[in-house]
Design a binder for this molecule. Structure first.
Ligand code: PEP
Ligand code: MG
Length: 723
């Protein structure tokens, strides 16, 4: 039966939006009798509109057989009930409509439109927005490609789920996931209600309502039967709902679609359990995220990532370092990025200047395509010269090696002419496994790297986890200050089985190549002694079991905590080499979180205090007759290179692509000049003074006119000169 708006008493309330109470309904001038309602038994009527944001979507009616007078309090109560019930009815109606025909949907959308809720009739057209954003240049190079927005919540469209192949299993998995999601929502409601009040919890009541809706559940049931894939079923049903709600322009109504998507995500998350997710990307994608995390490198297909751009984070966060290691252009700390970037839209990423352009026009695109080509030609040109030695004009030799973390990186080592591996970060394997990597996999990896590089050295660092390299399944407790907490060597020494497994794998690789063992984050002599004891015990164990290893394996330590630099004389007597980690050394010396973009301007590796600690460590190493290298980002920073050489550093280890650039710099220097520069820098009071000394040196060495790297250096120098 259809009752038009304005027709009869109920229709009048729908039209006017005002409540109505009549003792003798049939005597009212607007009364209209419809035999199919059987309303003739009722004498009195009270009605209140069901309104959502002033749009009447129905009428709530109370009728009595005996005549009754409804007072103001009754009317008020009914109105309140109407307000509370209206969203519930709306949700139910929307849910129901998805199962209906296109005609039904069209009618409903028309009704909404007539009721003043505008409905979109098409998708927005693509535009050239030319939005320019700026951040911190974290990894050089230019990339142009479609944006992939790596959202923090589970992305339903891209979640990688492999169905079991058994439709009945998929159905029962889905039922279990729905029940789990339902239980989780109950907990959420309790928690949110308790912490923030019931009005905050009510949004989750809507989610419960969706999860209990028969139409929703039936559609899921049908979809899983048809697809034999629980995840696909959720996706399909959510998409159907979204398609309907997406046509509604009014944001309030559109948000109902977001609720359904949220519910879908919750169910899929339960479905996946602890299953690892992968993100299938279009080749050449510009991945936009809120923060580049080491975990992303195992989640994304990195060969399809053209650039990584993040709203937060500094250039020395581990995520940014991994991007550099993999030679992926990257910009971090780009304010407003996640809000502004649109998935699929073209973006230009300039990892050298730290600029991002969203939806650029053709002219800008063409300009950047040319720049991209120039950059690649320059890199190619430098690579072609890779066999020239890295030595200063007056013949002082500096070893240039590479920091890597994957087997695939070895081709970069060869391409750019690195002389060895100065730092092999073993964390990526752990991140890929989301926990302690299996010993046999470690063995295979380290042996392959050692063999491929032999006789060149490979410096393998024990797992440097914790801090911003959080790994699940290690029983790590949440810490107030993770960078100052149980990270790195502190963590591995707490998990002796894990440490011993890694030491066995490294020691066994030492039998087939030139392997050195590097211990991160040593801060006291006891720590070094304890690890050495464990290394010797592991060597004995291997000998007993008949496995080969290098008995003279060099054991070195990272100098990356100020205390280590301050006691470097004592440490140098008990280890075989130093490797200075300037990223952490800067972080801990200046008390500046390396990953916090809000204080990124204070993260200054050229601070005289950092240089003083480097100087102290070099002198201690020289006195003990052990080699000392720098493996932090400073080793590939053009302003730092002359000063590090001047301080007496004999080896610089940086990202593979930095090797040819650093070589060009070293080859234009004179060791006497840079030694004098280093002394002057140590005597300086400010970073600015130190940077001026470095700029002057690059200029005097003629590097600003260098055909391949000149324009890049000019930019760096002018930025430094502006402060
Ligand atoms: C450093 O701290 O400088 C270093 C090389 O180690 P990581 O960046 O991996 O902490
Ligand atoms: Mg470090």
């Amino acid at each position: 039966m259809h009752l038009a708006v304005g027709e009869g008493l109920v229709g009048t309330v729908a039209k006017s939006g005002a409540p109505l109470a009549v003792q003798h309904a049939q005597e009212h001038p607007d009364f209209k009798y419809f035999p199919e309602t059987g309303e003739d038994r009722f004498a009195s009527l009270m009605a209140a509109p069901l309104a959502v944001r002033d749009v009447t979507i129905g009428v709530l009616v109370v009728q009595t057989v005996n005549p009754r007078h409804f007072g103001a309090a009754d009317v008020e109560l009914l109105q309140t009930c109407g307000q509370l019930l209206a969203p519930v009815v709306l949700n139910a109606r929307l849910l129901e409509l998805v199962s209906g025909s296109d005609d039904d949907r069209g009618r409903f959308v028309d009704q909404l439109a007539r009721a003043g809720v505008p409905v979109a009739d098409g998708r927005p057209s693509r535009e050239e927005r030319n939005v320019e954003l700026r951040g911190t240049a974290a990894s050089t190079g230019i990339a142009i490609g479609p944006i992939y927005l790596l959202e923090d919540p589970l992305d339903l469209a891209r979640v990688d789920y492999t169905p079991s192949g058994d439709a009945a299993q998929e159905r029962s998995d889905l039922v279990r996931a729905i029940a789990d999601a339902r239980r989780e929502l109950d907990d959420v409601i309790d928690e949110v209600g308790e912490n923030f009040g019931p009005e905050f919890a009510s949004v989750f009541n809507t989610h419960v309502q969706i999860l209990e809706d028969h139409g929703f559940l039936q559609r899921l049931e049908r979809a899983v039967a048809e697809t034999g894939d629980a995840c696909q079923a959720v996706r399909r049903v959510v998409d159907d709902y979204r398609a309907l709600f997406g046509r509604i322009e009014d944001p309030y109504f559109r948000e109902r679609g977001d609720d359904i998507e949220d519910v879908g995500r919750r169910v899929v998350a339960k479905l996946l359990g602890v299953r690892h997710r992968n993100v299938p990307l279009e080749p050449g994608s510009v991945v936009v995220t809120s923060m580049i995390l080491p975990a992303h490198f195992t989640m994304l297909e990195m060969d399809k990532v053209a650039a990584l751009v993040a709203e937060h984070g500094g250039a020395t966060s581990h995520g940014a370092i991994f991007a550099r290691t993999l030679e992926i252009p990257s910009v971090t700390g780009v304010e407003g990025l996640v809000r502004t970037a649109r998935p699929g839209e073209t973006a230009i990423v300039d990892g050298t200047s730290g600029r991002i352009y969203l939806a650029p026009d053709e002219a800008l695109l063409a300009e950047y395509r040319r720049a991209q080509q120039r950059f690649e030609v320059a890199v190619g040109h430098l690579d072609a010269l890779r066999h020239r030695p890295a030595e200063t004009r007056d013949g002082r030799r500096v070893v240039l090696s590479a920091n890597v973390g994957l087997l695939a990186d070895l081709r970069l080592v060869e391409r750019h002419g690195a002389e060895g591996i100065g730092l092999f970060r073993t964390e990526l394997l752990a991140l890929a496994h989301r926990g302690a990597p299996p010993e046999d996999e470690q063995e295979i990896l380290y042996e392959r790297v050692a063999r491929a590089m032999a006789p060149r050295p490979v410096t393998i660092r024990t797992l440097d986890l914790g801090g911003d390299k959080a790994v699940p399944n290690l029983g790590l407790e949440a810490e107030e200050n993770p960078q100052l907490g149980c990270r790195s060597i502190r963590l591995t020494m707490r998990h002796e089985d894990m440490m011993r497994a890694q030491l066995r794998a490294i020691l066994r690789a030492s039998a087939v190549g030139n392997v050195r063992l590097l211990l991160p984050m040593i801060s006291a002599i006891d720590e070094l002694r304890e690890v050495r004891r464990l290394v010797h015990a592991t060597q004995d164990e291997l000998a007993r079991r008949g496995f080969a290893y290098d008995p003279a394996l060099a054991i070195g330590i990272m100098i990356e905590v100020p205390s280590a630099a301050l006691i470097s004389d004592a440490l140098a007597r008990e280890c075989d080499f130093f490797s200075i980690g300037t990223n952490d050394l800067t972080q801990y010396t200046l008390a500046v979180d390396r990953g916090n973009e809000a204080i990124a301007h204070l993260f200054r590796p050229l601070h005289p205090a950092v240089l003083a600690l480097i100087d102290m460590s070099v002198r201690a190493a020289n006195r003990a007759g052990i080699p000392v290298s720098v493996c932090g980002e400073m080793a590939s920073n053009p302003l730092a290179v002359p000063l590090l050489v001047g301080l007496g550093i004999g080896e610089l280890s940086g990202t593979p692509r930095a090797v040819p650039v650093v070589k060009e710099i070293v080859r234009s220097l004179d060791s006497g000049d840079v030694t004098a520069d280093a002394r002057a820098a140590l005597a300086s009071g400010t970073v600015q003074e130190v940077e001026q000394i470095a700029c002057e040196r690059l200029e005097r060495a003629g590097l600003l006119e260098h055909p391949d790297i000149g324009s890049w250096l000019v930019e760096i120098v002018s930025r430094a000169r502006q402060g």
